[in-house]
Design a protein around this ligand. Structure first.
Ligand code: UDP
Ligand code: MN
Length: 241
């Protein structure tokens, strides 16, 4: 039997939300033995998201985890952190093996990456396209081993990687009960990966043909202007279909 994949997707209410969830959901529909953890940054579950998840037909768990109030006011919020930590907690409690991956709702995923990450022993990494002005963020691989990172913004990070560029073994995670994502904008990936200590750079498995191929992209939807106060019933149903 193939190992299960646990895909943690943070999402939040905005005009583009159902479009993002729909596109990602139909990508994930091509992937066998996958559980999609869709976690809303809200106090309650959205009926529109719930209905869409049922309609798409990918096995899912629908949860909510609001961003703590103290971060909501800041200009550069730690986006999706409460959601991902809730997902981590769910995986620790409910999963026994397989692999965990953080898939933001707006990114683009070639389904090949899911089959490659499925056999991650500890942590695997690969390039992500459309990150910063450089256009790519990638591990640097020499002799089949990750020796460093190429990224447009290093910022003193040990792991200058994008959220879409790594996966973690569930057993490896469960052996590290304190591992979680910090509420620190720009340092979410780095903080989480550091919290997986002990982990050696040489133990990280380079995927996507030794990091020579781009199979994931940090795409971002153009913000759509809204003429009226936001009403998700409209954006999900009446207006845009
Ligand atoms: N997100 C969230 N709450 C927010 C903003 C974003 O849950 O207030 C989610 C969003 O749906 C996405 C992830 O967090 O899955 C990263 O957010 P975004 O794509 O806006 O960040 P960026 O791509 O600009 O780094
Ligand atoms: Mn994004």
């Amino acid at each position: 039997k193939i190992p299960p994949l646990y895909i943690i997707t943070p999402t939040y209410k905005r005009p583009e939300q159902l479009a993002e969830i729909t596109r990602l959901g139909y990508t994930l529909k091509h992937v066998p033995n996958l559980l999609w953890l869709v976690i809303e940054d809200s106090n309650s579950l959205s009926d529109l998201v719930k209905t869409r998840l049922k309609d798409i037909g990918v096995p899912y768990v629908h949860l909510s985890a609001p961003m703590p109030e103290k971060f909501k006011k800041s200009k550069n919020k730690p986006r999706g952190v409460s959601n991902r930590n809730k997902g981590l907690k769910w995986v620790r409690t409910n999963a026994v093996d397989g692999v965990l991956y953080f898939a933001d709702d707006d990114n683009t995923y070639d389904i090949q990456i899911f089959e490659q990450m499925r056999y991650t022993k500890k942590v695997s990494m690969w390039p992500v396209g459309l990150v910063t002005k450089l256009g790519i963020s990638s591990p640097i691989v020499i002799n089949n081993t990750i020796t460093g990172f190429y990224d447009g913004w290093v910022g003193g990070r040990k792991y200058p990687v994008d959220m879409a560029g790594f996966a973690v073994s569930v057993q490896f995670l469960k052996q590290r009960p304190k591992a979680e994502m910090p509420y620190r904008t720009g340092y979410e990936e780095d903080g989480f990966l550091k919290s997986l200590d002990p982990l050696k750079l040489t133990e990280i498995e380079p995927l996507a043909s030794m990091c020579t191929k781009v199979l994931t992209w940090h795409t971002q939807a153009k913000k759509n202007p809204v003429a009226e106060p936001l009403n998700m019933t409209k954006y999900g149903t009446t207006n845009l279909v």
